[in-house]
Design a binder for this molecule. Structure first.
Ligand code: 6R9
Length: 639
């Protein structure tokens, strides 16, 4: 034990020294880190950044050129052509499919050539709406190879949501599959694409490339739909990688904000890849030979950075699982770990809590001895789930790494580093190298020492988003005006006496359901679009498994009866408008909503009622009609 401690303290010293240098000599530090990827033309400029609201810009390595797909594939071929890049686990347990780096090269090149012959080129946008199959990874890398900008949409989003994103980015091509599978349940992806493209306002899509995955029935439009297999088999397995500028966009990923429609977060090629590869190595202590499993869907940023770009840039062997890690039952997770000798596991607190609810028995069927690092992301992890992750899934021997970050940050920002940080259940602990977090109060005053406040960043890092697609003004407004000159994360955090950060959750109207980010405004606007709804207010509410659940208050139009049928109708409506991810957990018919005299809904009160915290409603006397509060308390949904 004492040796372990002394190793830890010496590594901790290493972290402190390295961190100190990474911020005091940031240019030199990132110049060195930037060498870890292959540049076609090496960069000379490291950084050109301003957070000043009058002129926000973020540029890294801006005179360098590279290709992201060559970095993830070609440069490994000399030494790892026959090494497995991807181990794919099908939804229903069966024979896993493996893809070597050579095969990855050939598949990506064929697809890149097929895309070119469909007229897709540098700067064009390609929508990827795919199940978790290797072709999804090929699609992302094929875009990168020819300089097209991909935008992956999670398969759990509806045709409406997909249409909105296609329209926003003006996609030329959609890549999809006939169906996806999640726990043996088919997801009608191609059908959803057809429905999205039926919207008259969508007129940019020329082709839909379709992978025959389940071979389920789909409608076929000869003038538009192209069979993936046919198109790629006809194409050459060589495709010269496009020389891209470091600042050329790599992808757009839509994420929810506190207001309005989803935002198209734009990431760059050079800075993003450097940050993805470097954090993947450092945060997970990735070493050659490790088998690494990230359970995130590629529809989320975690899937982008830590299932695809980070691991492949580092030449790793990555496990990709099509379905749910608890399908057909809770023994699956452990079986996959044992079968492939997984040494690094990265998952979400919500998954851990759902395993925890089923107890330890399923884990008696596997040893999980191969695990060295077990990490989480996406939402705060409660100490009980942290401990369970460590004791049961990690068999008491793996280190728990709780990583805090966002779609916007591109990679992990606040995290323990294996072996060098003293772990605390529930704490994201220390800033990663080069990251400058600060806590400020609501007036922007800097809080020192042990304190709780708004989490902001005072300086840039290479993985930072560059803008919002087509709306730089909204980018500036959303992230740089609340605390001028600083990047506002939208999260609250507490710093303890050791300087460790504990993330307390969103301070805005974003809710986090099973690690999926949803804007309350988005769900509200879907609800009020229903003919029977007059008004709606949505709040997050504690949920044992999901972290937060969706609690909806609805007032109905004159003459409409608040029936159980209507409840179901509204649930189905939200699923149709946004997708199953946004399905309300609780809906309460409300006679009225608590509003200020200026008409602003007091969500604070609605949150307390939903959470059964009636003694903490605070001052309600400023409401236009305080009498609605006891009525809402009386008619609340029993949870
Ligand atoms: C990577 C990802 C971002 C929001 C973020 C925060 C929450 C993520 C967390 C965490 C506490 C952690 N979040 N990781 N909260 N501890 N380790 O999830 O990106 O989907 O954009 O969500 O998720 O609230 O602001 P994204």
């Amino acid at each position: 034990m004492s040796t372990v401690k002394s190793i830890q303290s010496s590594r901790h010293l290493q972290y402190s020294q390295q961190y100190e240098r990474s911020v005091s000599q940031a240019n030199e530090f990132w110049r060195e880190v930037g060498q870890r990827i292959d540049w076609i033309k090496p960069f000379t400029q490291v950084k050109d950044v301003s957070f000043d609201p009058k002129d926000v810009h973020v540029r890294w390595f801006e005179d360098g050129t590279l290709n992201v797909s060559s970095n993830c594939i070609d440069r490994h071929l000399a030494t790892r052509a026959s090494q497995t890049a991807i181990i794919w686990e099908p939804d229903t347990p069966g024979t896993p499919r493996t893809v070597t780096y050579q095969q990855l090269h050939d598949e990506v090149c064929r697809l890149a050539n097929a895309m070119k012959s469909l007229g897709v080129g540098k700067g064009d946008r390609v929508m990827i709406y795919m199940p978790m199959i290797p072709e999804a990874v090929f699609s992302m890398l094929a875009c990168a190879r020819i300089g097209a900008i991909h935008s992956v949409v999670f398969g759990g989003f509806s045709p409406e949501a997909l249409a909105g994103r296609i329209e926003d980015c003006g996609a030329k091509l959609v890549i999809t599959a006939d169906e996806g599978l999640r726990g043996a349940r088919p997801i009608p992806l191609k059908h959803n694409v057809d429905a999205a493209l039926a919207h008259p306002r969508i007129n940019t899509v020329e082709h839909v490339l379709v992978v025959r995955h389940t071979r389920g029935d789909v409608q076929w439009h000869d003038d538009r739909d192209v069979d993936y297999e046919t198109a790629t088999r006809a194409a050459s397995a060589d495709c010269t990688a496009e020389e891209m500028n470091a600042e050329d966009p790599l992808f757009i990923l839509y994420t929810s904000g506190s207001t309005g429609k989803p935002k198209g977060v734009l990431h760059s090629s050079g800075g993003y890849l450097v940050y993805a590869a470097y954090t993947h190595e450092q945060v997970f202590d990735y070493q050659p030979g490790d088998v690494y499993w990230c359970t995130a869907d590629i529809g989320w940023i975690t899937g982008h950075t830590y299932l695809v770009y980070g691991p492949l840039a580092n030449g790793a062997t990555a496990v990709m699982c099509e379905g749910l890690p608890n399908y057909p039952d809770e023994t699956r997770l452990g079986k996959v770990i044992d079968d492939h000798n997984v040494s690094i596991l990265y998952t979400a607190p919500t998954a851990i809590r759902s395993f925890m609810a089923k107890g330890v028995e399923p884990f008696e069927h596997s040893s999980r001895r191969s695990l060295r690092i077990i990490a989480t992301a996406g939402e705060p992890i409660n100490p009980a789930a942290w401990q369970w992750y460590h004791d049961v899934i990690g068999a008491g021997q793996a280190q728990v790494i709780d990583t805090w970050w966002q779609t916007e940050t591109g990679g992990v920002m606040i995290t323990p580093l294996p072996g060098s940080t003293v772990l605390k259940p529930g704490a994201a602990t220390q800033p990663f190298y080069g990251i400058c977090p600060q806590l400020v109060d609501n007036d922007g005053n800097v809080l020192d020492g042990a304190a709780e406040g708004n989490l902001v960043m005072t300086d840039s890092w290479p993985g930072q988003m560059r803008t919002l697609w087509g709306d730089h003004e909204r980018f500036v407004q959303t992230y740089f005006t609340t605390f001028p000159g600083k990047y506002c994360t939208g999260d609250g955090a507490r710093r303890d006496n050791d300087g460790d950060f504990w993330i307390t959750g969103r301070v805005d109207d974003v809710i986090n359901v099973s690690g999926h980010r949803l804007g309350t405004a988005e769900i509200e606007s879907a609800l009020v679009a229903h003919a029977k709804v007059a008004e709606a207010a949505v709040v997050g509410c504690p949920h044992d498994i999901k972290g937060q659940g969706i609690y909806v208050y609805v007032t109905v139009n004159e003459g409409i009866q608040p029936t159980d049928e209507l409840l179901q109708e509204l649930r189905d409506w939200v699923r149709k408008e946004i997708g199953p991810v946004a399905s309300p957990d609780w809906i309460q018919f409300a006679p009225g909503l608590p509003k200020t005299r200026s008409g602003k809904i007091m969500r604070r009160i609605l949150r307390k009622i939903a959470a059964n915290e009636f003694d903490q409603l605070g001052d309600v006397s400023t409401l236009a009609d305080p009498a609605v509060v006891p009525q809402l308390v009386d008619s609340r949904v029993n949870r």
